[in-house]
Design a binder for this molecule. Structure first.
Ligand code: NAD
Length: 488
């Protein structure tokens, strides 16, 4: 367990300098033990504008460099992440509350994302063809200009790495607005990017809440904004940014269904389902939230209960983000119980010795949930799984399809034909077969369907190249003495 310690007040990072200009301040709490570990400036329009002006000034020389030159900075940055990963993981644990191993996994994923970034010269090779004799058509990818990223609390290190390295290496300059609940990882990101040689003004961080987000969506110089967070805010950001003619991709919340068939491998399925619902205290947009048990699956549920009982808050289960989150999650469990669902494992009122002021919820399994209950429909974002019993696979697919969300879905079975049916019919952007957290690894892109994502492209992988660039189409003829028309 990392020692929870106080950090210097967080400052904005604008034009290569840390700066705090007397904005009102908010405490940053560690959910591990509820202690104050720092403060952040609650910035507004003015700070967003300063960051945009710095990014705008940096754009001409940054975008003028070749892709291969820009990539060199990210080779160095990737190595700095590797060299500092113990410290970076400890920081994630302190500000977010997940376990050290989960925090390290997050930093390792950021390193993998940077490996995709440094492979960009192999991916963005442009296109050229001689379309008529002596006439060439060429397509080149060009950066957009100043862009922005808005990120949530649940992956303070990884989610900024979904977007920032790719957007920058492709020649854009950027303003990052981290979650006000977890601002510390972004400070280290700014320091390490600077140490790697990133020119001043290319990457800027503005801290705060709603006002900063609104100023980003409204800023006329920002060409594109990526957002990751709840569906409620994703809708606000998508509408506001696009109405100001920005390009926008906004990833929202989730309610992921895992369909478990009776022939599934018992140990592997129980272990995967429980790990998917309880990992990172259930605060993952890819976490299992509903298990649809098809026909006779009691033997798998019994094993899940045993697995869940091995998960202990403060030991191999981290905290949830806040007191409000703990109260919200426990309320969902109590409501389901009051409406007749059966609590097989109860995580309410979890207390960790020595960390009595931390925000803990134990693993929770709720059986005999009805599709109309709130725990079956709404995002709980805690270590809770609701089991709905279905008589056959068609009914299970119908239940999955009825969700407003569509981030992930998974099926557990040894029957390839039935698995294929779920792959085809699930209304979700990311599907797993015998995998509880089906996150596509690079170069495959990440993004959901329905109310889990607004906008055309995905947020990572090859899809991000489309999002962070625009095509320039050039037609050239280098032999003017040739009388032939270019259409010939
Ligand atoms: P959130 O929507 O509360 O906050 C996200 C960002 O929006 C933060 O930077 C926050 O400051 C800002 N914000 C909050 N309220 C706002 C408002 N009214 N107007 C403008 N901006 C506002 O999300 P969160 O609680 O930080 O993160 C958890 C959510 O993120 C969950 O719903 C989870 O599923 C989702 N998430 C989704 C993905 C995905 O890939 N789809 C990934 C990670 C997290």
């Amino acid at each position: 367990m990392t020692a929870i310690k106080a950090h210097p007040p967080v400052q904005n990072f604008i034009n290569g300098q840390f700066d705090r200009n007397g904005q009102p301040s908010m405490d940053v709490l560690s959910p591990v033990d509820g202690s104050v570990i720092s403060t952040i400036p609650m910035s507004g329009k003015e700070e967003v504008d300063s960051a945009v002006q710095a990014a705008r000034a940096a754009f001409p020389s940054w975008s003028d460099m070749t892709l291969k030159e820009r990539v060199q900075i990210f080779f160095r940055y990737r190595q700095l992440l590797e060299d500092n990963k113990d410290e970076l993981a400890a920081l994630v644990q302190q500000e977010n509350g997940k376990t050290f191993d989960e925090s390290m996994a997050e930093v390792n994923k950021s390193i993998e994302l940077c490996e995709f970034t440094v492979s960009m010269p192999q991916i963005v090779t442009n296109e050229i063809q001689e379309v008529s004799k002596g006439v060439e058509c060429r397509i080149e990818r060009k950066p957009l200009g100043v862009v922005a990223c808005i990120t949530p609390f649940n992956f303070p290190n990884m989610v900024p790495h979904w977007t920032v390295p790719n957007a920058l290496v492709l020649g854009n300059t950027l303003v990052l607005k981290p979650s006000e609940l977890v601002p510390l990882s972004a400070v280290r990101m700014a320091e390490l990017l600077k140490e790697a040689g990133l020119p001043d003004g290319v990457f800027n961080v503005v801290n705060g809440g709603k006002e900063v987000v609104e100023a980003i969506c409204d800023h006329p110089e920002i060409k594109a904004t990526s957002f990751v967070g709840s569906t409620r805010v994703a809708k606000i950001v998508y509408k506001r940014a696009t109405s100001n003619l920005q390009r926008c991709v906004a990833l929202g919340g989730a309610k992921n269904h895992l369909l478990v068939l009776p022939d599934a491998n018992v140990d592997m399925t129980a272990n995967n389902v429980v790990a998917s619902m309880a990992g990172c205290a259930g605060q993952r947009c890819m976490a299992a939230s509903v298990m649809v048990g098809v026909d006779k699956v009691q033997h798998i549920i019994d094993k899940m209960v045993l697995e869940a009982k091995e998960i202990v808050p403060g030991k191999n289960l981290g905290s949830v983000i806040s007191k409000e989150a703990k109260e919200r999650i426990e309320k969902y469990i109590s409501e389901a119980e009051a409406r007749g669902a059966k609590i097989l494992v109860d995580g309410r009122n979890a207390i960790v010795e020595g960390k009595e002021d931390g925000f803990y919820v134990g693993p929770t399994i709720i059986d005999y949930v009805k599709p109309e209950m709130a725990v079956a429909q709404e995002e709980i974002f805690g270590p809770v799984i609701s089991i709905i019993r279905a008589k056959d696979l068609d009914e299970a697919i119908k239940i999955e399809n009825s969700s407003n969300y569509g981030n992930a879905a998974a099926v557990f079975t040894q029957d390839g034909g039935l698995a294929k049916k779920v792959i085809d019919k699930a209304s979700a952007g990311m599907v797993g077969v015998n995998i509880g957290v089906p996150v596509p690894r690079e170069p495959f892109s990440f993004g959901g369907w329905n109310e889990s994502k607004f906008g055309v492209s995905d947020i990572t992988g090859k899809s991000s190249v489309e999002f962070w660039t625009q095509n320039k189409k050039t037609t050239t003829k280098w032999n003017p003495e040739d009388k032939r028309d270019w259409m010939s």
